[in-house]
Design a protein around this ligand. Structure first.
Ligand SMILES: Nc1ncnc2c1ncn2[C@@H]1O[C@H](COP(=O)(O)OP(=O)(O)O)[C@@H](O)[C@H]1O
Ligand SMILES: O=C(OP(=O)(O)O)[C@H](O)COP(=O)(O)O
Length: 394
């Protein structure tokens, strides 16, 4: 990556606005996977040790521009304090008088965490006023939020209009690894796409079809494709306005000779709950009112065969609602296949990372990325706005 990093600039005594991605999986206020927080620690420690005043900013979830109590970063601050072994002051907002006063009182080496930046509608709109308010807090912008680098938001891109911008150590590392593995991938090259952000990820598939030999679909994503093929999918998660796109993608895969793999069986439940009644059915036998919450064992077997024979595999998004043990088998099965694959294995995304941790195979992966959507877009060859805005090396 030909961008300046924190290693190239003077940090002592500087106020640094550092965008991190602390959008971690959380259940009932408890962080269930802290990979993204741990991944940002080297950058934070480096800056604090160099005598910077470290102002951390992150989003959490999708609060849609208003304060949502459950989406405050309070549990994250406590966890970060423990990881750093030093106090992290957590503020109640990300701009305003309280924030300005807290920043004014910082000493060199202090670390402060602002409140969820998405509580302000201007964040996702990349509002110049909000970006300017962030910039006024600091002398330097450091972007270490690889997981959010595909978003052009006020705290990831807009702020760079007003103060010098450089990358953090995590951002640098992610781009180096992903670029190395994906610029000229060893084949067969397989992408696995699942999860719940169907709207975001379905568009990515079109570009992936120009790169991969096999494209494996699972999770909530699969339902839209199944419905597009004419299967009744009951009450399953589905994007009805993407059915035509799904059909067109299937056509394109055929034309390009890409092996597009879809579930052949699924685990269905009578409701979205850990203790729901469940059964495994073929995809043409999903009962009315039931929902597909995992891929079935025959599907896992078929996916397994392709994954183990691949030379490069990139996986984003779980195969089912893996947070509930009853619907985790598909995801765990794919994780095990990744472990058996002798080629390059890359995991992208908060939930996918949690899934490989749950399956106990994280150590065996070539690279675990902190970005899901970001790694997919990077893989497509798209520019990431959060990277584009950083200062180029001369
Ligand atoms: N069939 C499904 N129906 C509903 N939700 C699903 C299904 N499969 C997976 N999910 C959910 O998708 C979420 C992860 O989606 P996403 O955010 O797209 O993945 P990632 O964070 O890995 O990029 C998980 O919370 C999981 O429970
Ligand atoms: O979790 C994230 O993305 P991911 O689920 O694609 O890994 C990032 O924090 C970005 O979040 P967003 O997709 O709400 O912009």
């Amino acid at each position: 990556m030909n961008k300046k990093s924190i290693r190239d600039v003077e940090l002592a005594g500087k106020r640094v606005f550092c965008r991190v991605d602390f959008n971690v999986p959380m259940q009932d206020g408890v962080i269930t996977d802290d990979t993204r927080i741990r991944a940002a620690v080297p950058t934070i420690r480096y800056m604090a040790d160099a005598g910077a005043k470290v102002i951390l900013a992150s989003h959490f979830g999708r609060p849609k521009g208003q304060v949502v109590e459950e989406m405050r970063l309070t549990p994250v601050a406590a966890h970060l304090s423990a990881l750093l072994g030093k106090e992290v002051t957590k503020l109640g907002d990300s701009v305003g008088e309280e924030v300005k006063a807290a920043v004014a009182g910082m000493k060199n080496g202090d670390v402060l965490l602002l409140e969820n930046v998405r509580f302000h509608p201007g964040e996702e709109k990349n509002d110049p006023e909000l970006a300017k308010s962030f910039a006024e807090l600091a002398d330097l912008f450091v972007n270490d939020a690889f997981g959010t680098a595909h978003r052009a938001h006020a705290s990831t891109a807009g702020i760079a209009q007003y103060i010098p911008a450089v990358s953090g150590l995590l951002m640098e590392k992610e781009i180096r690894f992903m670029g190395g593995a994906l610029s000229n991938p060893e084949r067969p090259f397989t992408a696995i796409v699942g999860g719940a952000k169907v709207k975001d990820k379905i568009a990515v598939i079109e570009n992936l079809l120009t790169k991969v030999d096999h494209l494996i679909i699972g999770g909530g994503m699969a339902n839209t494709f199944l419905k597009a093929q004419g299967y009744a999918i009951g009450a399953s998660l589905c994007e009805d306005d993407k059915l035509d796109l799904a059909r067109s993608l299937m056509e394109q895969a055929k034309e390009r000779g890409v092996n597009l793999m879809m579930p052949i069986d699924v685990v269905v439940a009578d409701r979205f709950a850990a203790d729901a009644e469940k059964k495994t059915v073929a995809i043409d036998a999903i009962p009315e009112g039931w929902m597909a919450l995992d891929i079935g064992p025959k599907t896992v077997e078929a996916y397994h065969r392709v994954i183990v024979e691949s030379k490069t595999v990139v996986w984003n998004g779980p195969m089912g609602v893996f947070e509930m043990d009853a619907f985790a088998q598909g995801t765990i099965g794919v994780a095990r296949a990744m472990k058996e694959c002798s080629g390059t294995t890359i995991i992208g995304g908060g939930d996918s990372v949690a899934a490989v941790e749950k399956a106990g195979v994280a150590e065996e992966m070539t690279h675990i990325s902190t970005g899901g959507g970001a790694s997919l877009e990077f893989m497509e060859g798209k520019e990431l706005p959060g990277v584009t805005v950083l200062t180029d090396n001369e």
